[in-house]
Write a new protein. Structure first.
Length: 229
């Protein structure tokens, strides 16, 4: 059984920098803790992959298409099939005065959103800051161990998986006649992250769920309790 363009699959994986065997990512919480890369706010467990989508590196997309359900394989991807070659044009020197004007105190390793690009501060001196917008593992060979654990075929199941991916999983999903209704009950924490995630989910539904022409959103709110009586 091979997978094809547009298929939704859930995978478990671990990835290593091939040059020094350092673990750089994993869906296994225990493995992350053992390698000391565990992130408290990180998401662990099977990850959604939509074959042919821009969020999947080329090598992984190609590799999954050769696999079967519940099969585990190991692959080594060259930079061009992983996170790309390094581009020196993405390394910029920015005057320290620009950061002071924004009330930012840069330090090596700091992640920044500057105008139209996201970058990492690599060095800081008295008058200038070097930032790098390359992916941290650009130019590196990457080893992936992958297991395909599930294929999602049902549209509701696909929407639910997209919602989980964007941290905006609906309490209820209804699909009928080209319309999707996303319902969020009062138990869903409707903070800033929720609204960003919900917007991303709606865009993804239009992009990846065939036949959808309309998305409705129902939100339920409960009046906060008066703790002071």
């Amino acid at each position: 059984m091979a997978f094809n363009e547009g298929d939704f699959v859930e995978i478990e994986y671990s990835a290593w920098n091939a040059s020094d065997s350092t673990l750089i990512a994993t869906t296994d919480e225990a493995v992350a803790k053992k390698a000391e890369i565990y992130e408290k706010q990180g998401k662990y467990g099977p990850a959604l992959v939509i074959l042919g989508s821009p969020g999947v590196i080329k090598g992984l997309d190609r590799a999954i298409r050769t696999m079967s359900l519940n099969e585990t394989k190991k692959f080594t991807f060259k930079p061009e099939e992983a996170f790309g070659d390094r581009n020196q044009e993405l390394v910029r020197v920015i005057p320290m005065s620009d950061f002071k004007a924004r009330d930012i105190s840069p330090y090596p390793g700091m992640k920044l959103n500057l105008d139209d690009f996201t970058a990492t501060v690599t060095s800081v001196s008295a008058g200038r800051v070097v930032v790098d917008a390359n992916h941290p593992y650009a130019g590196r060979e990457i080893i992936y161990e992958v297991k395909v654990v599930k294929e999602l075929k049902n549209p509701e199941e696909r929407v639910k998986a997209l919602g989980s991916t964007y941290n905006a999983e609906p309490s209820k999903i209804s699909l009928a006649n080209g319309s999707v209704t996303l319902s969020y009950d009062s138990k869903v924490n409707k903070n800033a992250d929720y609204f960003v995630g919900r917007a991303s989910l709606i865009a993804a539904v239009f992009t990846y769920i065939k036949g959808v022409e309309k998305v409705d959103v129902n939100e339920e709110y409960s009046k906060p309790s008066d703790k002071h009586g």
